[in-house]
Design a binder for this molecule. Structure first.
Ligand code: RB5
Length: 149
């Protein structure tokens, strides 16, 4: 599984720890789309880069972090076909992939601690979409999106 990760300045330190956790503890390949320091970074720019790559299937999953997890989700969801979900607990992270087939999860570094973040990421990356149970509902979202464009 190929994973793309990104953050703004508020999520920078959290992102660095999650990136190390994914590579060293979970053993997945991760590409870091920045930011690369605590210098102020506009969250939409990083979010757009990751969402575009996921929309084009260059990466399988994305993880985006800002102060709240909200701005990066709102920005990523502007891309056709992208389902980005803010997850601050393990159960939501599981359902984000199993029920909603969210290719991206987002977290707020000012909302949760890093140990919660690691558990959320592990849960999210450890499951797949449950097509038989939730395929019809996700397809309804895809169909609506296509009818609106
Ligand atoms: C700061 O720009 C803050 O707005 C950002 O980190 C994020 O929380 C946005 O949703």
């Amino acid at each position: 599984m190929k994973i793309a990760i990104g953050s703004d300045h508020n999520g920078y330190e959290f992102k660095e720890k999650i990136k190390a956790f994914i590579t060293e503890e979970l053993g997945y390949e991760v590409e870091d789309f920045g930011c690369h320091s605590c210098d102020s970074t506009d969250y939409p720019s990083v979010s757009f880069e990751v969402a575009e790559k996921i929309a084009h299937k260059v990466y399988d999953r994305g993880i985006l972090i800002c102060g709240t997890g909200l701005g990066v989700a709102i920005a990523a969801n502007k891309y056709k076909g992208i389902r980005a979900a803010t997850t601050h607990d393990v159960y939501s992270a599981e359902r984000a992939i199993a029920s909603n087939n969210a290719q991206i999860i987002t977290m707020g570094a000012q909302v949760i601690g890093i140990e919660s973040g690691k558990k959320i990421v592990k849960a999210y990356l450890g499951l797949n979409f449950d097509e038989s149970r939730s395929g019809k509902k996700v397809q309804m979202i895809i169909d609506k999106e296509e009818s609106l464009n």
